[in-house]
Design a protein around this ligand. Structure first.
Ligand code: GLU
Length: 384
């Protein structure tokens, strides 16, 4: 193992005790639809070295890519139900491939298929977490994918980058590595701009960083750079370091740990509570509340959001749903579980607390979003 100083980002990997490694379809499956066995064997050797000193979880795409040939779809574009059917065929071969390559290195693979619902509903989330914890205790290597076959259009992850980030926060990993065919975040999409530079280290996700991401993805993978930054937000806010690195080399983990090309996103150093991690990583905000400047300042000082500070309400949500909290310029500053249904929220937005009973009667509550039910993102970039 290469010696790394604590200041070198690659040390996030060297020091990690629980690591999630996400692999994109294009790495796992060749253009012929067959697994890239030789490369997978080099990865499995790296994983074995890691597993000797840490818990390891894999988030693996590739079910659709491996199933589309055998089911007879070839390489054409697929409708949703065709993708789901291809995944049903391909997932068997994908899981078998992992069992083989991990097994050859003395590791036991355990297949786990998750849907958004399993990570968005608190009870299902806690259930999935308990099972994963037991698999790790038993020294298995969970091999996780989206349960494509039963996920519906509305409740799909749509990409495994975010699923991987959700899994990493769910089981309190300290490091998440996204391997794909890109080696990191560039100052501009490299295909459009020959002067684009790789950014090696992102201490904090800012709007400038988001502006650098294009929407590019390869033919086989659905996750572009934007979804990787979404994953970075979910992970880093929960205290998980994240790397985007190329899997287009043999022994990709050894290369990364030796300081290979990558973008490292630093974890937040004041990780929030487990409940807030769950709120902040929610993917399916049911609506949004626009806060006035005073309310933005108040919630950033740790106060609850009062109805008086809400300027606008959008979406159709129920009490207890996750909503986006946005400032007057439309920037998302955080997420929270809202204490009112959307129709009541519209009635009381901007109203003083003492006037609430007259408007919504017994449904009146002092706060629109209680501070314990709120998770703020990193503070927006400081003014120059
Ligand atoms: N779950 C999909 C599959 O296994 C891939 C999703 C993704 O690549 O993000 O084929």
């Amino acid at each position: 193992m290469a010696a790394v100083s604590p200041l070198e980002p690659a040390s996030f990997l060297a020091r990690a005790k629980r690591i999630v490694v996400k692999l994109g379809s294009a790495l796992l499956v060749g253009a012929d639809g067959a697994p890239r066995r030789a490369w997978l064997e080099t990865l499995a050797e790296d994983l074995a070295a890691l597993h000797a000193r840490a818990d390891v979880l894999i988030v693996s795409s590739g079910a659709i890519a491996m199933g589309r040939g055998p089911i007879g779809y070839g390489t054409r574009a697929l409708r949703l139900e065709e993708s789901q059917a291809a995944a049903a065929v391909g997932q068997i071969a994908l899981a078998a491939e992992w069992a083989t390559v991990l097994g050859a290195q003395g590791m036991r693979a355990a297949q786990v298929l998750l849907t958004v619902r399993d990570t968005e509903e608190r009870r299902a989330y806690l259930n999935a977490r308990t099972t994963l914890a037991e698999l790790l205790r038993a020294r298995c290597v969970p091999v996780i994918n989206e349960n494509d076959t039963i996920a519906t259009n509305e409740i799909r992850y749509g990409d495994n980058d975010r699923l991987a980030a959700r899994v990493a926060t769910m089981i309190s990993a300290d490091c998440l590595v996204l391997f794909s065919d890109v080696d990191g975040l560039y100052t501009a999409p490299p295909a459009d701009d020959p002067d684009a530079r790789l950014i090696e280290s992102v201490p904090r996700l800012t709007e400038e960083i988001y502006a650098m991401a294009g929407d590019a993805g390869s033919a086989l993978s659905r996750g572009g750079m934007k979804t990787k930054l979404d994953a970075a937000r979910i992970a880093t806010e929960a205290g998980v370091a994240m790397a985007i690195a190329s899997g287009r080399v043999d022994h990709p983990l050894t290369a990364l740990e030796a300081g290979g090309r990558a973008t490292w996103f630093h974890p937040r150093t004041d990780p929030v509570t487990a409940r807030k991690v769950w709120i902040s990583g929610s993917l399916q905000a049911a609506g949004s509340l626009t806060l006035d400047d005073g309310a933005v300042a108040a919630v950033q000082r740790g106060r609850s959001l009062l109805p008086a500070g809400v300027r606008a309400v959008s979406g159709d949500f129920c009490r207890g749903d996750a909503v986006r909290l946005v400032d007057s310029e439309g920037r998302e500053i955080g997420r929270g579980l809202v204490a009112y249904d959307a129709s009541d929220a519209r009635l009381i937005a901007g109203q003083k607390t003492h006037s609430l009973p007259a408007i919504v009667g017994a449904r009146a509550r002092a706060t629109m979003v209680h501070r314990d039910d709120m998770a703020l993102h990193f503070a927006p970039p400081e003014a120059p």
